[in-house]
Design a protein around this ligand. Structure first.
Ligand code: GLC
Length: 545
């Protein structure tokens, strides 16, 4: 790792972290995604919780990020690890109490960290009181009108051909044993996650209340789960795609990207802007750039993840093509891309980029590149450690997607290794005695431990910190600005270049031979340069011109 600061104004010390008063703080932000189950276990029951996260907040603050996105901790039967909510305004006892959340929020703010929560508006839990009431009510009742209850075609066949994102059909019988109740209910995910009917205005009103509840508490923003799928095509027609397969919701125009959904985000933006500073809305909008960018128009969300980029392999042409598409979308709609390489749903980048040492080197280069790109960025817990995807033993897998025949996402969710020593689940548990962690940690987990990486100047952790610190200084010194755009190209030797503005570019050597870097001062590289002006394969550089 090498971080070289040029002499002059940028060489100054980094300012104390505080919550910036700027209303547009999110434009330059880097947010750290915490999957609370797997971050730190305060009470030693094997599941991470609010007490554990609170105790470990200084670690996150020391990374130099601007905030935390917490995946769901609200009351839930945990069919989909909390993405099946029974009470949107509560805290599941598994994770702690509301008082603990309030204390977490206050301590995070005191450390200069903003807090974003996950809101899951497409579906709730089948244990949600409103869904329980709907099941108990009769077909055609207002209670059923909150969800998609539809009579099957002939009592046996579901209303249409849609398939669940997790595999299998997207419909279950309301009362499988009843001869008179022939309704089915829609669930784009598991049967334990019924979809809300957003064509019913009562659903919108209900969620307005959820937003206000958390914003009133001082929560800084919300990540919106499956944000593009709330509205389904009128009449719920069959999907034209083969077998009604939803395929990440993208290829089924009946359940994805309906025009009506934008009205929801206009309304939510109005609510978010009633608060000072304005609250942030960031969407899980799993669509191609041109469509996803429509969710970040001036009066909708401020951010939507650049999903087209999230899953790319080590392929410079693909990076450049997606980068330029995102830039075209930015020019049309005005919002910079929101970058991520990892989250709790996808295979860790180390493994995606080839696994082992090669994957590790590439994942570092990719992270350095990402943090230099114009726009906000999200880092998923463990990415800063270069954690690989874990091959979780089949008998230990709990992901409902796996159970329904889809891929298994547990490998990116294994509890973090804090200590080299395996005691207390590698320091994941802060309470004693510590129960087995909810997903088993692999035998070599200690080699990635935070305590080791903190001591090692060349670790992925220290590289991440250096990049974040330099990024902050470049923003402060206006080398980075909110108006920057990305101009991407691939040069001879598979050198990927993203020119951010007249003064700054990111270069990634994605070929097999060393390549000459464009002229300028090299501010940061993912691995030390072996020869001045030349970038070795799988290294990345920030160049000031
Ligand atoms: C989102 C979440 C994922 C969850 C799904 C259903 O994609 O990130 O973890 O399973 O929505 O809520």
């Amino acid at each position: 790792m090498s971080a070289v600061l040029p002499a002059g104004p940028m060489a100054g010390a980094v300012e104390e972290t505080t919550i910036a008063p700027a209303p547009d703080w999110w434009q330059s932000a880097v947010i750290y995604e915490v999957y609370p189950r797997s971050f730190a276990d305060g009470d030693g029951d094997g599941v991470g919780d609010l007490a554990g996260l609170t105790a470990r907040l200084p670690y996150i603050a020391a990374l130099g990020v601007d905030g935390i996105w917490m995946t769901p901790f609200q009351p839930s039967p945990q069919v989909d690890q909390g993405y099946d909510v029974t009470d949107y305004c509560g805290v599941d006892p598994l994770f702690g109490t509301m008082e603990q959340f309030e204390s977490l929020l206050a301590q995070a703010h005191a450390l200069g960290l903003r807090i974003l929560l996950d809101v899951v508006p497409n579906h709730c839990s089948s244990e949600h009181p409103l869904f329980r009431a709907a099941l108990a009510a009769s077909p055609g009742s207002p209670e059923r009108g909150m969800f998609h209850f539809v009579q099957g075609r002939d009592g046996q066949t579901p209303p249409n051909n849609w398939q669940s994102v997790f595999g299998g059909r997207a419909w279950s019988r309301a009362n499988p044993d009843s001869a008179t109740d022939l309704d089915w209910y829609l669930h784009l995910f598991s049967a334990g996650q019924p979809d809300w009917n957003w064509r019913n205005p009562a659903v919108g009103d209900y969620f307005d209340g959820v937003l206000r509840f958390w914003f009133d508490k001082g929560v800084d923003g919300l990540r919106i789960d499956v944000a593009h799928a709330l509205f389904k095509a009128d009449g719920l027609p069959d999907s034209p795609s083969e077998g009604g397969v939803v395929d990440g919701l993208r290829s089924n125009p009946q359940v994805s990207d309906q025009e009506d959904v934008h009205e929801v985000y206009r309304r939510w933006r109005t609510i978010a802007e009633k608060y000072e500073p304005h609250r942030l809305l960031v969407g899980e909008v799993n669509l191609e750039p041109a469509r996803a960018a429509r969710y970040t128009r001036a009066d909708e969300m401020q951010q939507a993840f650049a999903f087209a980029f999230v899953k790319l392999g080590w392929d410079p042409e693909a990076w450049a093509a997606v980068g330029n598409e995102l830039e075209a979308a930015r020019l049309e709609h005005g919002a910079a891309p929101t970058w991520a390489l990892e989250n709790h749903d996808i295979v860790r980048s180390v493994t995606r980029f080839g696994g082992g040492e090669l994957g590790g080197v590439r994942a570092r280069a990719a992270l350095v590149a990402l943090l230099g790109l114009p726009g906000a960025a999200y880092i998923y817990q463990g990415q800063e450690l270069g954690l690989p995807e874990v091959e979780v033993p089949v008998e230990a897998r709990v992901d409902p997607m796996w159970a329904r025949g889809g891929v298994c996402r547990d490998g990116a969710r294994v509890p973090l290794p804090w200590t080299e020593n395996a005691a207390l689940s590698h320091g994941f548990s802060l309470g004693e005695p510590a129960a087995e962690p909810w997903l088993p940690q692999p035998a070599d987990w200690g080699s990635h431990a935070i305590e080791l990486q903190e001591q090692d100047q060349d670790s992925a952790l220290n590289l991440t910190k250096a990049a974040l610190e330099l990024r902050r200084q470049l923003w402060k010194n206006e080398v980075f600005t909110a108006d920057d755009g990305g101009s991407w190209r691939v040069e001879a030797g598979n050198l990927l270049i993203c020119k951010r503005n007249e003064h700054f570019l990111v270069a990634v050597a994605m070929g097999t031979e060393p390549v000459r870097l464009p002229a300028g001062t090299v501010l940061l590289t993912a691995a030390p340069l072996e020869q001045d002006g030349w970038l070795q394969p799988n290294n990345a550089a920030w160049v000031l011109r």
